[in-house]
Ligand binder design. Sequence first.
Ligand SMILES: C[S@@+](CC[C@H](N)C(=O)[O-])C[C@H]1O[C@@H](n2cnc3c(N)ncnc32)[C@H](O)[C@@H]1O
Length: 240
Amino acid sequence: MKIDILTLFPEMFAPLEHSIVGKAKEKGLLDIQYHNFRENAEKARHVDDEPYGGGQGMLLRAQPIFDTIEKINAKQPRVILLDPAGRTFDQAYAEELAQEEELIFICGHYEGYDERIKTLVTDEISLGDFVLTGGELAAMTIVDATVRLIPDVIGKEASHQDDSFSSGLLEYPQYTRPYEYRGMTVPDVLMSGHHENIRIWRLEQSLRKTLERRPDLLESYQFSKEEEKIFEKIKNETQS
Ligand SMILES: C[S@@+](CC[C@H](N)C(=O)[O-])C[C@H]1O[C@@H](n2cnc3c(N)ncnc32)[C@H](O)[C@@H]1O
């Protein structure tokens, strides 16, 4: 995957040099280029200006963003504008972006953008209902969540298929050595070596956790016959 990031602060992206995203770059599965659009700004490198009609703060000017995207000369990129008013990012959105060959991110700053920038954009994405100082942290989060879904980036594909949200449910609890730590032990079923019982226990735990913490996820969840049965049992237990 090729990713181009338009930002006034390329140095903020150092975290993407490490861990799984950094390794994906080393393996040649990912190419990330940073474009400081100040370098393409006419008018004494000014990237911002006052809003027409008055008001607080400064807005990013259209010209440096248009010129930078034209220079990137991408074939059919998804062009993503980070914006608190955009569609909220989630795992399904990450899975959608992971199918793309080329992504361009436009990181905002200051009070916002000249609205005409939006004519360049295919997606407006928000990280959630809060306001960041700039789009950089949002872009990094989206890149991280997307890149780990690209085939071969994470060793075993199964390791993200069980992740929270990938299956539509929250992930079940997990344990590692030692068996006993400060008086807390591991559930017997996980020590049994009985793969089918472990699978059913994990499924039940996932359903239980999702019902407790995120019942909204279950509203659109497509239950299998097996899951329906387990879910009925959990609901009966919680009612009694
Ligand atoms: C200070 S914010 C501007 C907020 C803007 N005045 C508003 O009320 O929508 C500067 C930039 O940070 C980024 N940003 C802030 N919050 C964000 C969020 N929740 N999701 C994605 N990007 C965000 C956007 O690129 C935004 O243009």
